[in-house]
Design a binder for this molecule. Structure first.
Ligand code: AMP
Ligand code: GLY
Length: 411
């Protein structure tokens, strides 16, 4: 069986790493992949993904990032009769347009922050009267987790409007919610749903959730993040209505649906939907997943997910992201990465790396994801950081408190 994974980040490396462990005989390919992925799969250096799938006659393609989904890669593959895991462009609007997602949630009765959609600065100023501070301002399109500003005063709101509302664009203004953030990701075939374990991401660049938002600086997966009652509530109030209403609207959602949740005192509320797996959530999910993941992926593409099940190891997993100097702003790249050969107790997923003259070097904002497990969350954290300290590149920075949110809740 031939599987093609689309993408080149830590998420795709983790997915390939997991698929490579399948009991089934697989030929694994990635387009375009990265040097870490090249250790477990054949990398195809192209951005013409359909041609890549055709050239190897892939039995299944799995899409990692949002951009090809929003651009219609799934529609394109289906027209050619190729099996692919992911939503169509119409279904991927749940991520690609925050305005679409908010209107959808309103119609489907899915709990989310109260909001207003505006397209001029004057409308934005008028709408702000309906909200208390802090208030949240979100650009409408894909922004890699960086298009959201939390304004604490009218002055900050004014700055955010100037920054996010470009001519012809839409701005979503919404109520600020408090609680624990949880990434709740499911795999769907458009009808049936298979839930992955809840995870927690760390979006802000600095310890203690300080500084600007990033794509995610680290994550952990621990069986205690949500109890059975809370999981059932999320499924009943958020995931099932989303899948059912998308189907009723004529845009069945298949692929990975990622609900970014705030667990508020009034129950779970959706901060955002993504139409894909999370990064770095996937790194900790693949590390903790016990089941073979090949079968559910095929089932998602064949519409038979009702027959699939997933088992998870009891041990929590933790991923610490090592970022390049300057991230999440503009980053330096081409710096030599040292110490990976010393790592023994963690899996290092590559994100922004490349080989220059036979040397591994940085190439992007998030460079590596050091992922380890442990019998307890504390030991998983310790195991990750022990290996992190062996790795070095110029400008490298990382958060030192990944997983502490969980420790605080459970001790
Ligand atoms: P989003 O891309 O919409 O998930 O927003 C990125 C991050 O901004 C989230 O992970 C939250 O940390 C924060 N955020 C977004 N919306 C809200 C909200 N309504 N209340 C509080 N924090 C929010
Ligand atoms: N880690 C957040 C995301 O993948 O959107």
């Amino acid at each position: 069986m031939k599987i093609l994974v689309i993408g080149s980040g830590g998420r795709e490396h983790a997915l390939c790493w997991k698929l490579a462990q399948s009991a089934k005989t697989l030929a694994l390919y990635a387009a375009p992949g990265n040097p870490g992925i090249a250790q477990v799969a054949t990398c195809l250096a192209t951005s013409d993904y359909l041609a890549a799938a055709e050239s190897i006659d892939a039995d299944l393609t799995v899409v990692g990032p949002e951009a090809p989904l929003a651009a219609g890669i799934v529609d394109q593959f289906r027209e050619k009769g190729r099996r692919i895991v992911g939503p169509t462009a119409a279904a991927a609007r749940l991520e690609a347009s925050k305005a679409f997602a908010k209107e959808f949630m309103l119609r489907a009765g899915i709990p989310t922050a109260r909001f207003a959609t505006v397209d001029t600065a004057d409308q934005a100023r008028a709408a702000l009267h309906e909200f208390d501070f802090p208030v949240v301002l979100k650009a409408d399109g894909l922004a890699a987790g960086k298009g959201v500003i939390i304004a604490n005063s009218p002055e900050e709101a004014e700055q955010a409007i100037a920054q996010l509302l470009t001519p012809g664009s839409i701005l979503v203004i919404e109520e600020f919610l408090t609680g624990e953030e949880v990434s709740f990701i499911v795999l769907s075939d458009g009808v049936n749903v298979l839930a992955l374990e809840p995870t927690q991401d760390h979006k802000a660049v600095f310890d203690g959730d300080q500084g600007p938002n990033t794509g995610g600086m680290g994550a952990y997966c621990d069986g205690r993040i949500l109890g059975d009652f809370q999981k059932a509530l999320v499924m009943a109030q958020i995931i099932r209505p989303a899948i059912e209403h998308m189907r009723a609207d004529g845009h069945p959602f298949s692929g990975f649906l990622y609900a970014g949740l705030m667990m508020t005192r009034n129950g779970p509320k959706v901060l955002e939907f993504n139409a894909r797996l999370g990064d770095p959530e996937t790194q900790v999910l693949m590390h903790r997943m016990e089941s073979d993941f090949v079968e559910p992926l095929f089932a998602a593409a064949h519409g038979t997910l009702d027959e699939s099940d997933l088992n998870w190891r009891p041990d929590p997993s933790v991923c610490v992201v090592l970022a390049a100097g300057g991230y999440p702003g503009s980053v330096q790249s081409g710096d030599r990465i040292d110490g990976l050969d010393q790592v023994t107790g963690a899996t290092v997923f590559h994100a922004g790396t490349k080989i220059i003259d036979n040397v591994l070097a940085t190439s992007g904002g998030r460079v590596l994801g050091v992922t380890a497990s442990g019998a307890t969350l504390q030991s998983a954290i310790d195991n990750s950081y022990e290996e992190v300290r062996k790795i070095h590149f110029d400008g490298m920075h990382y958060r030192t408190d990944i997983g502490q949110k969980g420790l605080k809740r459970w001790t």
